[in-house]
Design a protein around this ligand. Structure first.
Ligand SMILES: [Zn+2]
Length: 215
């Protein structure tokens, strides 16, 4: 269930953060250790927090068709829900040698993006190896770099896009938190209640008072 106080805390902490730092904030809210868990597992835990906060309706996500502007609903592929036991290390065979690589973590992302050399020893300068490594890591945990292929039901356009679960949830958090802040401000101004008093109110009761203030 969505807790107003927790929502506002999360919004406040993640607002000023950049991408990786925000991912850490979201992971913490989901009770996941961003220092030790792979990125794919962080996304999975964050998506589970979303389901917990937003309920069954959160199973689906929507995006806008770039061709016609229509709204498209999609569900995350089954592979996304793999148990956390998904292989944390994979072996990539390349030119007669096996290279053991581990799944990327948040700490592997530097100012220039993900540094693959931290994942294990290998001929990273060889684009063929880098590509094979990316494919093997993604095959071991499909939640890493989720891609979607869809056809728009309105205009028939074929879409392919990467999906970022944490970024998607963050956009929803921003919307919800801004709306809640607005409600708190309206009620505090109208009735002189404190933030804690307003947040402790069931949302349905808050809506009743809001209709008195701003019908
Ligand atoms: Zn379309």
């Amino acid at each position: 269930m969505l807790d107003g106080g927790a929502l506002l805390d999360l919004y406040q902490n993640g607002r000023a953060a950049d991408g990786p730092a925000r991912l850490a904030v979201l992971a913490r809210a989901a009770g996941a250790d961003a220092a030790t868990l792979p990125l794919a597992e962080l996304d999975r835990r964050i998506w589970a927090l979303r389901a917990d906060w937003l309920g069954a309706a959160a199973g689906d996500a929507v995006c806008t068709c770039p061709a016609c502007g229509g709204m498209l609903e999609f569900t995350l592929p089954a592979g996304f829900a793999l148990p956390p036991a998904a292989a944390q290390t994979v072996s990539v065979a390349w030119r007669g040698r096996d290279h053991a690589l581990r799944q990327p973590r948040l700490s592997d992302i530097g100012p220039a993006g993900l540094d693959p050399r931290r994942l294990g020893e290998g001929p990273w300068d060889d684009p063929g190896f880098a590509e094979a490594a990316a494919r093997a890591l993604q095959a071991a945990d499909p939640a890493l770099g989720l891609g979607f292929a869809m056809t728009c039901p309105d205009c028939g356009a074929a879409l392919e896009q990467l999906f970022d679960p944490a970024g998607y949830f963050w956009a929803e958090i921003e919307d919800l938190a801004r709306r809640l802040l607005h409600e708190v401000a309206l009620l505090a101004r109208a009735f002189g209640w404190s933030e804690a008093e307003i947040l402790a109110m069931p949302p349905a009761r808050r809506a009743l008072y809001l209709s008195e203030v701003a019908p």
